[in-house]
Design a protein around this ligand. Structure first.
Ligand code: HEM
Length: 215
C-alpha cells in the first residue's frame, strides 16, 4: 500500500468546539477513483510563511490499493476527519492573524469550509407519558441495536462524536446511556451536522428506545 491523494472532495465541515482551550473538528467526505482504499486521513500543510488568505490547507490522503490488487473502477465514497487541539482562532497564524477557514484537496478539486462557531443545541424534546403508551402499542416487533441502529451511524458520525463528546455511536452502552440526547438531536435535526436523517430512520430510533433499547 502507498499513501496517495483521493480523487475528489465532496464536503468539508469545520466546527470550533468551545472547550478551554478550544479545538477544531474537521470532517470531509470525498470519493476515490477505485474501490480498495483504506485508512483515510487529512494531512495538514506546514507553512514557512503564513498564507495571505489565512486558510489552512489539508490533503485528503488514504492508503491506495497495492499494485496487482483487483479493484473496481467506480467512484467510492470515503470519509476523513481530524481534530486540531488547542486552537487560538484569532491568532492562528501569529499575533493578530486569524484562521479564516480550511480547504481540503483531492486530485481533481478542493473544497473550502469557512469559520463558524459551535451552535447552541436546543434541549431535547420531552415526550408526555401518554405519548409513550400510545407509541408502544404501535410497535409490536423488537428492534435491536446491532441490527437496526448501529448501521445507521457512519464512520464520520462515530469519529466526530467521540472527538466532541467522548461517546461512541457504535457502542451499545454509550448509545443507551445517551439515547435521550441522541433522540433529541435527531428529532430536532441538529445532528448529524451535515444533514438530517430521513424521517423513517428518526422514527426507528424512537421506536428502539420505546421498545426497551435491546442490544
Ligand atoms: C447520527 C449522527 C450524530 C448524532 C446522533 C449526534 C449526536 C450528538 C449529540 C447527542 C450531541 C450533544 C452533545 C452531548 O450530549 O454530549 C452532539 C453534539 C455535537 N455534535 Fe453530533 N451527532 C452526530 C453526528 C455528528 C457529526 C457528523 C459531526 C461533525 C461533523 C458532529 C459534531 C457535533 C458537534 C460539534 C457537537 C457539539 C454541539 C454542536 O455543535 O451542536 N456530530 N451530537
Amino acid at each position: 500500500m502507498s499513501i496517495s491523494k483521493i480523487y475528489t472532495i465532496d464536503t468539508v465541515d469545520m466546527t470550533l468546539i468551545k472547550t478551554n482551550p478550544p479545538s477544531l473538528v474537521i470532517c470531509s467526505s470525498g470519493r476515490t477513483a477505485t474501490s480498495g482504499w483504506k485508512s483515510p486521513f487529512l494531512s495538514k500543510y506546514i507553512y514557512v510563511t503564513p498564507p495571505e488568505d489565512g486558510i489552512q490547507e489539508f490533503d485528503f490522503l488514504a492508503d491506495s490499493p497495492a499494485p496487482g490488487t483487483i479493484t473496481i473502477p467506480v467512484l467510492t465514497p470515503i470519509h476523513g476527519d481530524t481534530l486540531l487541539l488547542d486552537v487560538d482562532v484569532a491568532n492562528y497564524w501569529g499575533e493578530g492573524m486569524p484562521l479564516m477557514g480550511v480547504r481540503v484537496h483531492g486530485v481533481a478539486n478542493a473544497k473550502l469550509a469557512g469559520m463558524k462557531e459551535e451552535p447552541s443545541m436546543p434541549a431535547p424534546q420531552q415526550l408526555a407519558a401518554g405519548d409513550i403508551g400510545n407509541y408502544q402499542a404501535m410497535v409490536p416487533q423488537a428492534l435491536s441495536f446491532e441490527a437496526d441502529i448501529k448501521p445507521k451511524f457512519r464512520t464520520r458520525d462515530v469519529v466526530c462524536m467521540k472527538a466532541v463528546s467522548g461517546f461512541d455511536l457504535h457502542n451499545f452502552e454509550d448509545v443507551k446511556r445517551k439515547a435521550e440526547d441522541i433522540n433529541g438531536t435527531l428529532k430536532n435535526k441538529t445532528m448529524p451536522k451535515d444533514g438530517p436523517w430521513p424521517d423513517a430512520d428518526i422514527e426507528l430510533f424512537g421506536k428502539w428506545i420505546d421498545g426497551g433499547m435491546n442490544p
